[in-house]
Design a protein around this ligand. Structure first.
Ligand code: NI
Length: 181
């Protein structure tokens, strides 16, 4: 099944996702469809709101070569990929933050530098209903933060610097105009 990716300013992107249970009907099929759509769109993450759903589920797949430390060792060896998160909750585990250019499938062509914590504590349920708690570092931690933001109705434009937001004001206005037809 092909899902349509919702783009800014679709109001569903501002909705807060509601908790799900692994037993919810259709959830496994939804996860499979989201993964397929994410791959087709060449993204590394996709959250429910981006396909018009408001259930707390997101899918992530970080390529192995994006998940290495400075010595070339896997940064998050225990983390399954693709990663399907139900009801994810995150928290920074240290004060250190860093910038990185991010994109978003709901904002085609737009990229922006976003400062985020470099490591997070992640709690989530998997598709079998098993609860997991772990620490995630590096690029995977960034992608998870971006997707959990989506589940909370927060978009990466909200986290851009004031200067960057000013710079993209016209572009966002154009997206709103195009959507209004
Ligand atoms: Ni996004």
């Amino acid at each position: 099944m092909s899902l349509r990716i919702r783009q800014y300013p679709d109001p569903v992107l501002r909705e807060v996702a509601r908790p799900v249970s692994a037993k919810d009907p259709g959830l496994k099929a939804l996860a499979a469809d989201m993964l397929a759509q994410m791959h087709a769109s060449e993204g590394v993450g996709l959250a429910a709101q981006q396909i018009g759903e408001t259930r707390a589920i997101c899918v992530i797949e970080v390529p192995p070569d994006y998940d290495l430390d400075e010595t070339g060792q896997p940064l998050n060896p225990g983390l399954p990929m693709p990663l399907i998160l139900l009801n994810p909750v995150i928290q920074p585990v240290e004060d250190e933050t860093g910038p990185h250019d991010e994109g978003c499938l709901s904002f085609p062509g737009l990229r922006g530098r976003i400062v985020r914590p470099l490591a997070i504590a992640l709690a989530y349920d998997d598709l079998d209903g098993v609860h997991h708690e772990c620490v995630v570092r590096g690029f995977a931690a960034r992608v998870i933060q971006h997707e959990v933001d989506h589940l909370n109705g927060v978009l990466f434009i909200d986290r851009m610097s004031a200067a960057k937001r000013l710079a993209i004001k016209g572009r966002l206005a154009r997206m709103r105009r195009d959507a209004a037809g």
